[in-house]
Design a binder for this molecule. Structure first.
Ligand code: NAD
Length: 478
């Protein structure tokens, strides 16, 4: 398979440069070629999308909804095939990948419904014979820049609300999720998405992403990815006064109190840390344990790690597949090397899996001081640190001792601790007795502190981002 751009309803194969793609679960398997586009593709897409958006915005919400329902059906009819491609391209276990495509279907249907739901408010006027009300109007043309770790769900949770609100879209996916992106757009074309309303431009962040940010005449930009890129996105959009949102990294915490139900807690914490090979922005990467149960928790984590099997991502039972790429493999291993030198690895599964791929054993680290890079920096791999806290007060202070604020969980049977945690934790997603990872599509999603630009995605919150509010007033002379 090869990637192609979809601009103004036509397919093209850019010839700027090519990258061959290999399956991270099996480096012998070449799965396709990414044809990288350039700035001229972005500018062409802007031209096409600008005129298409005008017609799209004039359609009724019900007509736009019909298109989103058809897009959902297209994903549903091709769920397994698309999930397999995603697993092959970036190594997510097939069970999780199918769940992700299912989420894309739910998101499309949820936002399709918004096409016929009430919006705006009637506001009493201080004047006589005036009807005053507010309504939502589309931004116009929005750019979407997405990461590789949720190759289907993240693009859909941006494009579905953008489209239902009457915007046109130019989407730049991550280079190592671009085959899945191309296939998705093929499905959406077959579902009857209007020409020019949705455009795909594949290419490098430093070329296609940069052109989208610095040159394209866009009215909004939604970005998910690393903190470094997100800060550049924010700075560039702010200078151009383009509405933007950035969702970035995390250093998510699970706090385990002495009254937690450990039989239930440990599998949940392991799942939060190691599913998707720790490559979820909401993955658990710090575990804070009340000192009385510290040794018990360490023993249980060790046993849990021993039971985790590495698997090819297409294995139906896969729990932990490879990390997504060579860059990820090298970056995560550099942190593991650091842990071997400067901390203690208390749990590590020996790799006895005979497959050439980017496999990394699950790792649990102790004895890393609270200001150590292992505790402070986002590792984005199957690696978690464990620290000890004397009591709730110390646990919450340690939990908040991070520049990030995406997701956090406490495990406790004490209602007081649960409520105090929810009151005091500095995280956009705060949970009790649940994984740090795992967010429902109908709820607002996003981070605090350095994790986000502080708007929210998904649920009703996304509709605020993709629209402007217009206040209307009508005077009637009697
Ligand atoms: P990344 O920042 O390297 O890339 C994200 C996207 O930005 C890609 O499409 C990339 O091509 C593009 N890009 C890169 N440089 C660019 C530039 N100079 N100009 C414009 N675009 C550019 O991030 P990644 O490695 O793909 O994703 C992993 C990161 O994403 C992690 O930090 C993770 O926490 C974060 N993430 C956050 C969320 C969230 O909702 N908070 C969700 C998923 C992933």
């Amino acid at each position: 398979m090869e990637t192609r751009n979809w601009i103004g309803g036509s397919w093209s194969t850019p010839a700027d440069s090519q990258v061959e793609v290999y399956n991270p679960s099996d480096l012998q398997e070449k799965i396709g070629t990414v044809n990288q586009g350039g700035r001229e593709d972005v500018l062409k897409a802007v031209e096409e999308a600008k005129s298409a958006q005008k017609k799209w915005a004039q359609k009724t919400g019900a007509q736009r909804a019909e298109v989103l329902y058809n897009m959902a059906t297209a994903l549903e009819e091709n769920l397994v095939q698309l999930a397999e491609l995603g697993s092959r391209e970036m190594g997510k276990p097939i069970g999780e990948m199918k769940g992700e495509v299912t989420r894309g279907i739910h998101l499309l249907r949820y936002y399709a419904g918004e096409g016929v739901r009430p919006e705006g408010t009637v506001i009493p006027s201080s004047d006589v014979d005036v009807l005053q009300y507010s309504k939502k109007v589309p931004l116009g043309l929005v750019g979407l820049i997405t990461p590789w770790n949720f190759p289907v769900a993240i693009p859909v949770w941006k494009m579905a609300p953008a489209l239902i609100c009457g915007n046109a879209v130019i989407w730049k996916p991550a280079e190592n999720a671009a085959l899945t992106a191309t296939r998705m757009i093929e499905l959406f074309e077959a579902a009857g998405v209007d020409s020019g309303v949705l455009n795909l431009v594949v290419g490098k962040g430093s070329i296609v992403g940069k052109a989208m940010l610095e040159e394209a005449d866009i009215d909004g930009l939604s970005f998910t990815g690393s903190e470094a890129t997100g800060l550049y996105v924010a700075e560039t959009c702010a200078k151009r006064n383009i509405k933007f949102q950035t969702e970035m990294g995390g250093k998510n915490v699970a706090v385990i109190m002495k009254d937690a139900n450990l039989d239930k807690t440990i599998p949940i914490v392991l799942s939060g840390a190691f599913k998707s090979a720790g490559q979820k922005c909401t993955a658990t990467s710090r575990i804070i344990v009340e000192s009385e149960i510290y040794e018990d928790v360490i023993d249980r984590l060790k046993k849990g790690v021993e039971e985790i099997q590495l698997s090819h991502a297409l294995d139906n039972e896969a729990y932990l597949g490879p990390v997504a790429s060579k860059e990820q493999y090298e970056k995560v291993n550099s942190y593991i090397d650091l842990a071997r030198k400067e901390a203690t690895i208390v749990a590590e599964k020996e790799i006895d899996f005979d497959q050439e791929g980017y496999y990394i054993s699950p790792i649990v680290i102790t004895d890393a001081p609270s200001d150590h890079a292992l505790v402070k920096e986002e590792i984005f791999g199957p690696v978690a640190t464990v620290s000890k806290a004397e009591n709730f007060e110390e646990a919450i202070n340690l939990a908040n001792d991070t520049i990030y604020g995406l997701s956090a969980a406490i495990f406790t049977e004490n209602l007081g601790h649960a409520h105090k945690f929810l009151d005091r934790i500095e995280a956009g997603m705060a949970r009790v007795n649940q994984e740090t990872a795992g967010v429902e599509y109908q709820s607002p999603f996003g981070g605090m502190k350095q994790s986000s630009s502080h708007s929210r995605e998904q649920g009703q919150a996304a509709l605020d981002f993709y629209t402007n509010t217009q206040t209307c007033a009508i005077k009637f002379f009697s």
